[in-house]
Design a protein. Structure first.
Lengths: 432, 299
């Protein structure tokens, strides 16, 4: 009997050992991360600061001992080199260099192509900055995750703010860049506006060329039309040029402006940007985030970033922070779920479901459709004696869960079913 | 009626900038026979140098009106130094080569200069609006315009057109350029230094590109890639006019500028494609451009 019990025990122990050795992965010498970002072209206004952030974050992470003692090694792919080059280099990073995780990318157009490629290559990909909601709504992925909000949350938040705090408007015009995000974000905004305020008239829909150097005709037309509200989801040099030309000709004095991605231009525009403009942070991103301002890590990161680059962090930088936070969190979770052993790729992918992580904003959670829910920060520009550029006042932070389509639903179809008053009834956390 | 006036004012201002860049491109093609893709980089660098000099002047307490001569000084500096180097070190070696090689080399120069801009000025948008602020605004048909855009830019374009016409038709150097354009070998045989004529022509063309960039500085943000956008637009202007046609470039710039402006008012969905739509329509009817002439093969 004792012999039988001993044999049974030995068999069970052997089976457990075997089972354990089947899922335990040998700890690697390093975790290789490939990052696609713009280091050339117009979008390098986001990509270059994000690259600087990635270098800082990797250095800090390795100084803390890496992930469970394993250092990270990062390399970059320039999205400005063109889609074909990016895809070729992405494949090379995974197949030849042996990247363990990929962060891709800034552009929605690039993300659209990278997502199926990552799935084919079976490499975990964090969509760390691209906005289009279509990728995760139209297809199911096992290896593609988004560590930030999508365009639906980012576009509905400024509209919700407008409807709640400045609802007295009858006409609106849009000036967006003529490319996928410019068109998609307007479709989201307009669909929602029609459900909330069918009485509002859209007096102009302007989509100047991407990279346009001149907005004179647009400014003249808007001056003639005098819309109560002018929306722009533009960014970078295009937004800066539009703001300058509009400001020079007094357009800000006759309309309320909303710049959904304006947080990234505020410092650059200096005194040119007037007071009273509604600004979005593409997430709850702002270097004076009211809930993070007393966080010493946040303050130190901002100071270090300013010292390294000469500018304060913008939302693409904080998106990179979130990608690194998700990286650390998912490895910790996957290792814990694997009994303390180094996880395999599929175990890391499984751990992404329901993952909670936090960058320098509110905590985020990844849903079962691989989409993170991220809070949204909106504020209004005001002058500051502390900075040579406008800062934000009347800040509202929206819970991202209120602004995102349920899992499995198409954003446009979901928005078109909104009941009147839905967005204005959302109560964000407000700060003076 | 107001719409027509507003669209004309916006269109003329836009056309003035287009003409300033396109005229350099078309001059170089007309004389040297080279389609200079690096022209866009000269435009961008002209803008960056202007912003740098202007910002330095203002920051160091100099009279802000000095930013106006700085526009011209910057353009000449870029045209003479950078344009001169490109012509002497590269183009002078490939005048007799295949056009495709010339195109590839100027494209390579464009790529190198794009990277150079990023290395020197970074990727964050630059701007200098002092000249525009100094001139102030004017109200027309109930709409505010900057005097810089509705008066200064068109006057600058007219001045360039008049200068070029006078220079080419009433000066010795102009006559030499026309002679070399007609037949380089024959011009050389009567003692004209064709190498020098090519150099001067390229420097003038490069200076006009840089002047376009310099004059655009007060109204726009300077960003990486701005040269690429402008070379495509200025090529559309030059092709519509007929490559090598200086007065034609002025007419086609006006056509494109005004048509784009009307599109913003009447059909904004086609604003982006308007310059190319006009180019295609013109080339379908007149394959050599509005003012281009059919050339007979010599051999």
């Amino acid at each position: 009997m004792n012999t039988q019990r001993y044999l049974k025990g030995a068999l069970v122990a052997a089976a457990m050992l075997f089972a354990n050795s089947a899922t335990a992965q040998e700890k690697p010498a390093e975790i290789r991360i490939g990052i696609t970002t713009y280091t050339s072209g117009a979008a390098s206004v986001f990509g270059v600061p994000a690259r600087a952030a990635a270098e800082m974050l990797a250095e800090n992470l390795n100084a803390r001992g890496g992930i469970e003692g394993v250092p990270v090694k990062i390399s970059f792919i320039d999205e400005g080199a063109g889609l074909e080059t990016v895809l070729t280099e992405y494949r090379r990073q995974v197949e030849d260099v042996g990247a363990d995780i990929m962060f891709g990318s800034v552009s929605s157009g690039v993300c659209n192509k990278i997502a199926p490629l990552a799935e084919d290559l079976e490499v975990i990909n964090f969509m760390w900055d691209c906005g289009t909601q279509r990728i995760l709504e139209d297809d199911d992925y096992d290896y593609v995750f988004r560590t930030q909000a999508n365009a639906t949350q980012e576009t509905l938040a400024p509209l919700a703010y407008l409807l709640k705090y400045k609802p007295d408007f009858k006409t609106i015009a849009v000036v967006n860049q003529d490319y996928a995000f410019g068109r998609d974000s307007w479709e989201i905004f307009l669909t929602a506006l029609k459900t909330q305020r069918p009485d509002v008239e859209v007096v102009a829909e302007l989509f100047p060329a991407f990279g346009a150097a001149d907005f004179s005709a647009e400014v003249s037309r808007l001056q003639a039309l005098k819309p109560d509200v002018i929306l722009s989801m533009s960014w970078g040099g295009d937004l800066d040029t539009f703001v300058r030309q509009a400001q020079q000709r007094g357009l800000f004095e006759q309309s309320t402006f909303i710049f959904g991605l304006g947080e990234s231009s505020v410092e650059r525009l200096g005194a040119t940007l007037p007071e009273g403009v509604i600004i979005g942070g593409r997430g709850d991103h702002y270097f004076r985030h009211p809930e993070q301002i007393n966080n010493p890590d946040f303050v130190k990161f901002n100071e270090d970033f300013k010292a390294k680059t000469g500018s304060y962090p913008i939302y693409s930088v904080y998106h990179m922070v979130q990608a690194f936070a998700a990286l650390e969190a998912v490895y910790a979770k996957a290792i814990a779920e694997n009994g303390g052993e180094w996880p395999e790729k599929d175990q890391i992918a499984e751990a992404m479901n329901g993952l909670e992580f936090q960058g320098f904003g509110r905590p985020l959670v990844v849903r079962e459709d691989n989409q993170a829910i991220e809070a949204q920060l909106i504020g209004v520009t005001t002058s500051s004696s502390e900075f040579p550029f406008k800062v934000l006042k009347d800040i509202a932070i929206y819970d991202g869960a209120d602004l995102i389509a349920p899992v499995g639903e198409n954003s446009i179809e979901w928005i078109s079913q909104f009941e009147a008053g839905k967005l204005a009834e959302i109560n964000p956390t407000t700060f003076d | 009626m107001d719409i027509i006036l507003l669209a004309l004012l916006d269109g003329i201002a836009y056309a003035a900038l287009l003409f300033l860049v396109a005229v350099g491109l078309t001059l170089i093609f007309g004389v040297l026979g080279i389609l200079n893709i690096a022209h866009g980089s000269l435009y961008a660098i002209g803008a960056y140098v202007t912003a740098t000099i202007g910002t330095w002047l203002v920051a160091n307490g100099y009279n802000p009106w000095l930013t106006f001569p700085a526009l011209i000084v910057s353009a000449i500096l870029v045209g003479v130094i950078l344009g001169g180097l490109i012509e002497r070190l590269l183009l002078s070696r490939i005048y007799t080569k295949e056009p495709i090689l010339q195109l590839l080399i100027t494209f390579a120069v464009f790529m190198i200069l794009e990277n150079l801009q990023r290395m020197i000025w970074g990727v964050q948008p630059y701007f200098l609006d002092t000249p525009l602020t100094l001139l102030g605004n004017v109200s027309l048909a109930g709409v505010n315009y900057t005097l810089y855009q509705v008066a200064f830019l068109p006057l600058a374009a007219i001045a360039v057109l008049v200068f070029l016409r006078y220079f080419l038709r009433h000066t010795t150097m102009g006559a030499q350029i026309l002679a070399v354009t007609e037949d380089r070998e024959a011009a050389s045989s009567i003692g004209i230094n064709a190498t020098w004529v090519y150099f001067v022509t390229f420097v003038i063309g490069a200076s006009f590109a840089a002047l376009g960039g310099a004059l655009a500085t007060p109204t726009t943000s300077l960003v990486t890639g701005m040269g690429a956008n402008m070379i495509v637009l200025s090529f559309a202007v030059a092709a519509t006019a007929g490559l090598g046609q200086i007065e034609g470039a002025a007419v086609s710039a006006l056509m494109i500028g005004i048509a784009r402006s009307f599109a913003v008012y009447l059909a904004p969905e086609i604003e982006v494609v308007m310059p190319y739509l006009i180019m295609v329509l013109v080339l379908l009817v007149r394959p050599n451009g509005l003012f281009g002439k059919e050339t007979v093969r010599k051999i």
